[in-house]
Design a protein around this ligand. Structure first.
Ligand SMILES: CC(C)(COP(=O)(O)OP(=O)(O)OC[C@H]1O[C@@H](n2cnc3c(N)ncnc32)[C@H](O)[C@@H]1OP(=O)(O)O)[C@@H](O)C(=O)NCCC(=O)NCCS
Length: 218
């Protein structure tokens, strides 16, 4: 996407292509399409896969909280703490988001992946493919030494994706989820364990993105 906005905000120039998937940061003009998928449902109403239960919001509250979350992530992006949420399009249709977040990256070289798909797009291998593509981006292009993930014990799909991509168990924590205890299973992926996707991963704009999160000379 060669445009003026990507020159001003280099994250917008990042683009990952993997077989049927195109992954790139969300722009404001994407929000209506993205929110239509969010409102159609991401998971069964009696489940809560996220440590912050953002998907419980409804209607206009969801719209505002969702766009504010993405604006905040852009506004607060800094070398000490950043997150990168890539919208995922499969065969041209928006299906979900694959993200990674990190703290003190120049030192730690680690970050945690998180993702969601519209419910109608579950169970078609997309969750696995987009995680593989994100791990290739992190490990091959952004200089990560490892990638972590976490999934509640009652989220077998997320755990299955992690296992298929090569993450290993890395302990458990008791977590307060909507006022009740829930076990969060931590996972860690070492570069040599990455199970690569069955397609080439093409990455454009990684260097410009990295410059955005480089420590500034003082
Ligand atoms: C987690 C998520 C992204 C996975 O995406 P997906 O496209 O459905 O996953 P895939 O189709 O790639 O399937 C991955 C594996 O999970 C397995 N799986 C799915 N549901 C399962 C279940 N209930 N029990 C056991 N395994 C399950 C699949 O069988 C598949 O393994 P296989 O290929 O060996 O059969 C998707 O389910 C989702 O968006 N869930 C709601 C949000 C969420 O949980 N986000 C993660 C928070 S940590």
């Amino acid at each position: 996407m060669d445009d003026e906005l990507a020159r001003l905000w280099p994250a917008f120039g990042l683009r990952v292509t993997c077989g049927p998937l195109v992954m790139r940061p969300l722009r404001d003009s994407d929000f209506p399409e993205v929110l239509a998928v969010v409102h159609a449902g991401i998971h069964a109403p009696d489940l809560m896969p996220f440590s912050f239960p953002w998907s419980d919001a409804r209607g206009a509250e969801m719209d505002r909280q969702f766009v504010q979350y993405h604006w905040r992530a852009r506004a607060e992006l800094a070398p000490e703490r950043w997150q990168l949420d890539l919208g995922v399009w499969r065969d041209g249709r928006f299906v979900g988001v694959q993200g990674v977040s990190t703290r003190d990256f120049p030192v730690t070289r680690t970050g945690e992946t998180g993702s969601w798909l519209g419910q109608e797009f579950h169970g078609q291998g997309t969750g696995t493919l987009m995680r593989q593509a994100m791990c290739v981006l992190c490990l091959d292009h952004l200089g990560f030494a490892e990638v972590t993930s976490g999934a509640f014990a009652d989220n077998p799909a997320s755990q299955a994706v992690s296992r298929k991509v090569g993450y290993r168990p890395n302990g458990e924590q008791r977590f307060a989820r909507k006022g009740e205890v829930a076990v969060m299973r931590s996972l860690v992926l070492a570069p040599e364990d990455l199970v690569r996707p069955p397609y080439d991963v093409e990455v454009v704009g990684a260097e410009a993105f990295l410059e955005l999160v480089q420590p500034r000379a003082t």
